[in-house]
Design a protein around this ligand. Structure first.
Ligand code: TXA
Ligand code: MG
Length: 350
């Protein structure tokens, strides 16, 4: 397939390019586009044939449902059975933005989109390219992250091109994504609502609306046959660069010492070690390819850089990646969720 790449300025939109992409979506084609979280791979959510193309392009397991993106609240009504009051409150407070709400689906949503579930995830992105594309397409857009299944999600257009060139009709490029990790997925088809995937809207923020909101306990643990996360997508090894990732967790100075020790062992075996450090620790390491995620004082920045840094280690052809850990509070929960999954829960406690 011949993929066209078009660069757009979110704050000075070239409508003619979006009109063309809208036509592609309506015609059953695939368009990758930026959102404030990660890049998405979009198709008409109401067209089962178009949705099947998403699964094929990504190599995505069939049992993993897609999120349906809308540009205004009006367009949600036909897609769902009902909108509980708690969902309305969350929408009013956090939309447009990095939050997906799970509701009982109407018959308009094909089984391919919901992967056979009776519910559907709805999200209103804040990125203006995304919203204008949905509006111009005149249909809701189903969009998973625009990566090959299993790899870290793309947070800039180059990574999107790397994964999807030749597999989609259009790639729309915009700025680097603000949030850097995917949206918070919250199930409002049940009460109290349950967070199925931590993301840009933190638990603390959600609890300002209702303090009964909680996180699916399976999310931060290694999935096994008795302990399954409620979001089908959370059970797969995910967000993973080519090299295996190991997390070292504990007091920061002990973490640094342990990572140095392991790095030296690998170095003796002539392996290239990647070290995922922070501004506070980067100068203490010696051997290896050392990249900083940013300052520990600014976890938002660390979230924004996480996937890009994991992918950079692949470019540098490292054999193994050793990562520091972060406090599991605020956006730190989403960071540690992605990091643990990328490591397949290989964690060394010090
Ligand atoms: O930030 C985002 O949400 C990005 C951008 C492109 O909007 N999209 C995204 O989609 O991350 P995806 O497909 O990579 O992740 C969707 C997650 C999966 O873990 C999936 O299992 C879960 O949401 N999910 C979707 N619909 C669901 C449903 N009806 N019930 C439970 N989980 C659902
Ligand atoms: Mg994804």
């Amino acid at each position: 397939m011949n993929t066209k790449v078009v660069m757009l300025d979110e704050h000075n939109l070239d409508k003619s390019a979006l009109i063309e992409c809208g036509r592609v979506i309506r015609g059953g084609g695939l368009v990758a586009f930026p959102t404030e979280t990660v890049y998405g791979l979009g198709a008409n959510a109401l067209d089962s044939e178009a949705v099947k193309k998403i699964f094929k392009a990504k190599g995505r397991p069939q049992d993993n449902p897609l999120i349906v993106h809308v540009w205004n609240t009006e367009s949600i009504k036909p897609l769902v059975k009902e909108i509980p009051q708690i969902a309305c409150k969350l929408m009013n407070k956090f939309w447009p933005g990095p939050m997906t709400i799970i509701l009982l689906k109407s018959d308009l949503i094909p089984d391919e989109t919901s992967a056979g579930l009776n519910s559907v995830g709805i999200r209103m992105p804040s990125n203006l390219i995304a919203r204008e594309l949905i509006k111009i397409s005149e249909v809701p857009i189903a969009a998973p992250s625009a990566n090959i299944s299993g790899r870290p999600s793309p947070t800039d257009v180059e990574r999107c091109v790397e994964d999807l060139m030749g597999k989609v009709d259009y790639i729309i490029g915009g700025d680097k994504c603000d949030v850097g990790v995917e949206s918070t997925v919250i199930d409002c088809s049940v009460y109290p609502p349950c967070v199925l995937r931590p993301g840009g809207i933190t638990l603390e923020m959600l609890r300002e609306v209702d303090d009964k909101i909680y996180i699916d306990p399976a999310v931060m643990k290694k999935p096994d046959k008795d302990f399954k996360p409620k979001a089908p997508g959370m059970k797969y090894r995910h967000y993973a660069p080519k090299a295996p990732v190991k997390i070292v967790q504990g007091e920061l100075n002990k973490t640094v010492e342990k990572i140095k020790e392991i790095a030296e062992e690998y170095d003796r075996e002539n392996k290239i070690v990647g070290i995922m450090a922070t501004d506070e620790t980067i100068n203490y390491y010696g051997k290896g390819v050392i990249l900083s995620l940013g300052s520990r004082e600014n976890l938002d920045k660390i979230a924004q850089n996480l996937f890009e840094t994991l992918r950079s280690f692949d470019d540098k052809k490292v054999d193994v990646i050793l990562s520091e850990a972060f406090n599991e509070e605020g956006i730190g929960i989403a960071i540690m969720n992605r990091l643990k999954k990328s490591a397949g829960f290989d964690i060394i406690n010090v």
